[in-house]
Design a protein around this ligand. Sequence first.
Ligand code: PRP
Length: 212
Amino acid sequence: MKNDFINVALPKGRLGEKVYSLFEKAGYPCREAVENSRKLVFENPDAGIRYFWVKPSDVAIYVERGAADIGAAGKDLLIEYGPDVYELADLRTGRCRMAVAAPKGFRDDLSGTLKVATKFSNIAREYYRGKGRDIDIIHLNGSIEIAPILGLSDVIVDIVETGTTLRENNLEVIDTILPISARLIANKSSYRFKNAEIRKLADAIEKVVSHE
Ligand code: PRP
């Protein structure tokens, strides 16, 4: 592929569409990218931009390895996996929080190991290490809220956005671990070699974000 484009990895789904619209407002439009549901790579040669859609949890992998120059990834994934990338801007979208939740009325009696179900094992481990609490991590890949209902775990560590999923499953937040939002990230060597182009884009995006 031609190298004078900025290659952007966008997370497939609702967050990616919001992120795309920030890029569009910043002067990097490519309408086709949000109108075609099956194609995965789109480019606008006039704006020097090429977008591709990938799984949200894969964005940082593309960026870290240089297959994408930049991308948008949730702070949750950046903390959990710690990719070696630059974080250029807070996109202030995809806002939610990482929280501990449990069935309503749950009390941790501290007499045994606490069973914690999560997709975010590192974040959960770090959080409980800070509390000096002995835990057993049960790593799951989705539908985490089911785990305490079925007795697979005592609590969960997961993302809470509106709180609807917790409410509808009789769970409640016990503690908030950290606030989350999407971040603009860059490959370290792209940032050096395409510095002017990437800086221009990042500045334009920051301007859009500050007016949203
Ligand atoms: C996320 C998260 C919660 C839900 C929270 O799940 O894991 O289940 O969203 O949103 P709410 O507070 O607005 O209800 P996601 O849709 O990513 O699916 P998952 O089951 O694969 O984790």
